[in-house]
Design a protein around this ligand. Structure first.
Ligand SMILES: *[C@@H]1O[C@H](CO)[C@@H](O)[C@H](O)[C@H]1NC(C)=O
Ligand SMILES: *[C@@H]1O[C@H](CO)[C@@H](O)[C@H](O)[C@H]1NC(C)=O
Ligand SMILES: *[C@@H]1O[C@H](CO)[C@@H](O)[C@H](O)[C@H]1NC(C)=O
Ligand SMILES: *[C@@H]1O[C@H](CO)[C@@H](O)[C@H](O)[C@H]1NC(C)=O
Ligand SMILES: *[C@@H]1O[C@H](CO)[C@@H](O)[C@H](O)[C@H]1NC(C)=O
Ligand SMILES: *[C@@H]1O[C@H](CO)[C@@H](O)[C@H](O)[C@H]1NC(C)=O
Ligand SMILES: *[C@@H]1O[C@H](CO)[C@@H](O)[C@H](O)[C@H]1NC(C)=O
Length: 795
């Protein structure tokens, strides 16, 4: 004991950090670290790794794990890349055994799940940060929640994902994922993805892969369930006693393995840095990525070049420049005003075609001609005001319009060249991407019909473009913000007075709709910039006043998901309770589906997956579980780019007076209601899953769940009819002549099966939302569903 103490004292001046960390290797309940304190980390016993805060920019902190002994302090794990912590935040291992990152106001930014039995935390020498019970088992570990990096001894189980970061220095989620799917296939792809076949790299081991292992000698491989090696991913043997190792899915979408000599930090004077070992995966992302859905390795209008250092770079064609000069992967925009199609404006003379040898944008042709020479291909594009680029290869000429995607420089494609149209007079002003481009009526019709003919890829690009513009636009608006009145106790939500909301809605003039909770009015918040809002005036609230309202509004305000309508603020003044939401310009899914022309199958599948992800978030991912209780197409709204957003969530509790569920207390809407509402059964998230199942059937068939005016009695109740068709192997009957869907029978069948599982009469048979999303996306198999209810089973 005494000698140990003397040793510590002797070592102290030499290795202060190592000795201090010895003492800290077990982190007790109640310990905390401030983001900006002098000692903002907990170190592993050897001092190789530290867990704590890394300053990202002025006043923003990342909770992370990094290699602590090396100069670069390379981050290998992070908790809050998408939501950096402000100055004054801290992380605490609470007395309940949760690791909680909270901001100075005490709001949780990130936390581990509640798990009773945690008795301490520990930063291990492997780089794994663990919460342990008293008996040495890990109840939570950073190794099973990887960010973009894996380390020796780390294992990826089925379902685990690495998500690339946004850029080398920005830890937000990026564009690429490495995913060991539930079926054992290891894939790399760019989300959002609905079709697992659109990966840009895979081991093709569906049905046999089990775990990805990174072992101490630097081998990374996929195993069978029995542990033997199925597929080697990286296999450059190294000595873990001499080097630090890591393998990372980098922001450019490539998975690479690196080593760093351990002795480099011990004063050799030379900075060695990380060096790459093994071939990267994939070896050339520029040519291996080619997606019908997605923009490819680089953004729109750019092309990818593998440079001498074997790293991809995104380049703009001449005459084009980066949309965001600080982020080259965002794509390119023309520096000139594109050609006009206005009649009488003979702009043709002002354009020329520039050659780009070995460059190809392989997708999105709108026309092609055989037996051409290069000059006629050039002229074909110059003479067509719609044409932006032609690819000439062999004797074929392909015409394309911007935005083009999946562009790549491919030295092996020696007979391919791109000819890109640019304005000769560069004195014309720059225009923003997607800015007004005048085409004549004839060409507008062509564009329209191309869109409606639903080439999925093209649609996606147009959608991507609109969402990009919308995103920038809304981001701009948010930055300007609305005038903060009273800062509410809830994060980023505003409290309004009744008078203010009266004014912004013009005395509640324009009613957008009327629902279970009261009416919704359109309004405009004006400050520097105007923002369109939807104001919901709540009626029929429970007698219990402020407390519950504030709690529920707080819960709603803390949600943040792409597929949920955002709550901007609220008013709680006397008898007046109002909620202020972002305005959804494309109305409700009910109108989109049941009024007007039939939306494309692709769009419908996207909406289905969007709603599923929104629900998954409400049920399983947000800080406090929310049961919606009223999922139906009227409560799904569509934003500018037709992204589905769930509305009216979190309100059910406000109206549910007590736990007696008589018919009058039933919150949902008939037709979408789970059977347990009508019986004396507990209400759980499974009621939403039932309603989602019905909604999914409506999305598949583009019709309402009940249509009593139909002359064919068998078809009146949608779920019964679909089940009959499914059971009799005649699913094409429900296609309604939707060719796009009928060509995609496999997916349609899968969707029908998922819906059948969701509408099971017995709530315990309905899968949780997580499983539902995985099944919809094709990540897990869907087993044969039983008849949804005993009544239908008797055919
Ligand atoms: C912080 O670290 C320094 C040495 O780096 C040490 O002297 C000091 O006691 C530490 N403070 C706390 C609160 O642990
Ligand atoms: C960081 O913040 C400090 C004080 O808040 C300010 O003086 C400094 O200029 C800021 N630095 C940058 C790079 O923004
Ligand atoms: C990282 O990139 C995201 C996405 O563009 C952006 O919203 C965020 O502000 C960036 N973070 C930093 C610290 O630059
Ligand atoms: C790592 O894996 C390779 C390939 O399976 C094997 O040859 C090697 O012995 C393993 N090393 C360790 C330390 O397990
Ligand atoms: C493990 O399973 C695979 C496939 O099932 C088989 O080919 C292999 O021989 C098995 N290895 C061992 C050691 O049992
Ligand atoms: C560090 O280790 C490498 C081999 O791993 C060796 O070549 C090099 O000489 C060593 N450098 C020092 C300063 O010890
Ligand atoms: C180019 O633009 C300038 C200024 O707009 C104009 O004076 C000039 O005539 C233009 N040249 C051609 C070839 O159109």
């Amino acid at each position: 004991m005494a000698s140990a103490a003397i040793r510590v004292l002797l070592l102290l001046p030499l290795l202060p950090s190592a000795t201090l960390s010895q003492a800290q290797s077990n982190i007790n309940l109640g310990s905390s670290l401030p983001a900006d304190g002098p000692n903002s980390s907990w170190k592993s016993p050897s001092g190789d790794f530290a867990f704590g805060f890394k300053r990202i920019s002025n006043g923003s902190f990342l909770l992370a794990i990094w290699f602590d002994k090396i100069h670069e302090k390379t981050v290998i794990w992070s908790a809050n890349g998408d939501k950096l912590a402000p100055e004054g935040s801290n992380v605490e291992l609470t007395r309940e055994g949760r690791l909680v990152l909270s901001d100075p106001k005490g709001e949780e930014i990130w936390a581990t799940p509640t798990d009773t039995g945690v008795s301490y935390a520990s930063m291990l020498d492997t780089g794994n940060f663990v919460l342990e019970d008293g008996k040495g088992s890990n109840l939570w570990e950073s190794f099973s929640q990887p960010s973009d990096t894996i380390l020796p001894t780390q294992v990826l189980d089925q379902g685990a994902k690495l998500v690339s970061r946004y850029s080398a220095t920005n830890y937000s989620s990026g564009r690429f994922e490495l995913w060991l799917q539930g079926d054992g296939n290891l894939v790399m792809y760019t989300p959002p993805m609905f079709d697992p076949t659109s990966s840009y790299w895979s081991t093709q081991t569906a049905g046999s892969g089990y775990q990805v292992i990174f072992n101490r000698t630097g081998q990374i491989y996929l195993t069978y369930r029995n542990g033997s090696v199925l597929s080697k991913i990286m296999s450059q043997p190294v000595s873990s006693s001499e080097v630090y190792q890591r393998a990372v899915l980098e922001y450019d979408g490539v998975f690479r393995q690196y080593v760093y000599p351990r002795n480099a930090s011990l004063g050799s004077g030379r900075v060695m840095g990380w060096s790459q070992v093994s071939s990267p995966v994939p070896t050339n992302i520029c040519t291996s990525i080619r997606q019908n859905i997605g923009v490819g390795a680089c953004g729109v209008n750019s092309y990818c070049v593998l440079e001498d250092d074997q790293r991809p770079r995104c380049k703009c064609p001449s005459g084009y420049s980066y949309i965001d000069p600080s982020y080259e992967m965002d794509g390119c925009k023309p520096d000139f005003l594109p050609q006009s199609c206005d009649e009488g404006m003979l702009e043709k003379e002002l354009f020329t075609m520039r050659d780009m040898i070995n460059v190809n944008w392989p997708l999105n042709d709108y026309a092609f001609y055989r037996n051409q020479d290069e000059e006629s291909c050039r002229q074909a594009c110059l003479n067509d005001c719609l044409c932006d680029v032609v690819i000439f290869g062999g004797s074929t000429c392909w015409k394309k319009r911007m935005p083009v995607s999946n562009g790549a420089f491919d030295p092996s494609a020696s007979d391919t060249k791109a000819l890109i149209k640019v304005r000769t007079n560069n004195s014309t002003p720059n225009i923003p991407l997607g800015g007004p481009r005048k085409r004549d009526n004839r060409s507008m019709i062509i564009i329209g019909s191309v869109f409606l003919s639903s080439s999925a890829a093209l649609n996606l690009f147009l959608l991507l473009l609109t969402s990009l513009i919308w995103f920038r636009y809304t981001r701009g608006q948010k930055a300007l913000g609305v005038k903060p009145n009273v800062i509410s106790p809830f994060t980023s939500m505003q409290s309004f007075t009744y008078q203010e909301l009266r004014e912004v809605t013009g005395q509640f003039q324009e009613e957008l709709g009327r629902g279970a909770f009261g009416s919704v009015y359109k309004g405009v918040l004006t400050c520097n910039e105007s923002r369109v809002i939807a104001v919901k005036v709540l009626e029929k609230l429970t007698a219990d006043g402020d407390g519950e309202f504030n709690t529920e509004v707080g819960t709603i305000g803390r949600t943040n998901h792409r597929n949920l309508v955002e709550l901007i603020g609220f008013c709680n003044e006397g008898q007046n309770r109002l909620l202020v939401y972002e305005f959804m310009p494309n109305g409700s899914l009910a109108d989109f589906l049941f009024k007007g022309s039939r939306p494309s199958w692709f769009k419908r599948t996207e909406i289905a997956c969007g709603v599923a992800r929104g629900l998954l978030y409400l049920h399983e991912e947000c800080s406090k579980q929310i049961i919606h209780c009223d999922i139906k197409p009227q409560n799904i709204l569509l934003d500018e780019s037709l992204t589905a957003k769930i509305s009216d969530f979190g309100l059910a509790k406000l109206l549910m007076t007590d736990q007696t569920r008589t018919m009058t207390a039933v919150r949902g809407t008939k037709g979408y209601l789970a059977p347990e509402w009508f019986r004396n059964m507990p209400i759980s998230v499974k009621v939403d899953i039932y309603s989602f199942g019905i909604l999914l059937l409506e999305l598949i068939c583009c019709r309402k769940s009940c249509e009593f005016e139909l002359y064919d009695e068998d078809q009146m109740i949608l779920s019964d009819w679909v089940y009959d068709c499914y059971y009799q192997g005649k699913l094409d009957l429900i296609g309604g002549g939707d060719e796009e869907m009928l060509e995609d029978m496999k997916r349609m069948r899968r969707f029908v099966m998922v819906a059948m599982w969701c509408i099971q009469e017995d709530p315990s048979l309905r899968p949780p939302m997580k499983k539902v999303t995985q099944m919809l996306e094709g990540a897990v198999e869907v087993s044969i569903p039983p008849a949804p209810s005993s009544f239908i089973g008797s055919i």
